[in-house]
Write a protein that binds this ligand. Sequence first.
Ligand code: SF4
Length: 195
Amino acid sequence: MDEETFVIVSDIIEYNFCPRFIYFMHCLDIPQHEEKRYKVRRGREIHKLRIKTNKEYLRKKLNVVRKELDVPLTSNKNNYKGLIDEILFFDDGTASPMDYKFTEYREKKFRTHKYQSVLYGELIRENYGVVVNRGYICYARSNNLVQEIEFTDKDLKDALDMVNEILKIIQTGFYPKKTRYKMKCVDCCYRNICV
Ligand code: SF4
């Protein structure tokens, strides 16, 4: 395996939407249109949300004793990396990732968000050597709803399998099948080059 190639945790979102996104983004180097602008806006919004969510939720309900913000971590074991919005450290010695989403909570999307959280959790475990058994996701457009996720071994295995699939596409130039859901192709930014 090429030691220098790392999957980015946010690639999981694109991969779950359609595996071909990974091919177009990483093998052909064709970015999605709004990516840069979105990242700048996201940074500003996270700042506002943190202030609100922290007061309403974190210290009172979760017994958070310390936290770290915007933490970049790498897994040399599993060849992926990610920028974690917040790492929460609890009074029982465990830790969790906190991720902010600027969307409504939707069950369908939650599955993908859960795998992101699981991968962030594994990054914390590998880099800090602490127990990470759950994660949190805050949904800004659902009145800052905070969802708790209990991590399971199966979720971690599934998430790492996705990382390996993405690595395979990036490293070998493997051209994956089209999505099974044709509706997704209607508004897709790659539809003109996807054959
Ligand atoms: S056009 Fe359809 S199959 Fe092709 S990348 Fe977009 S969503 Fe995937």
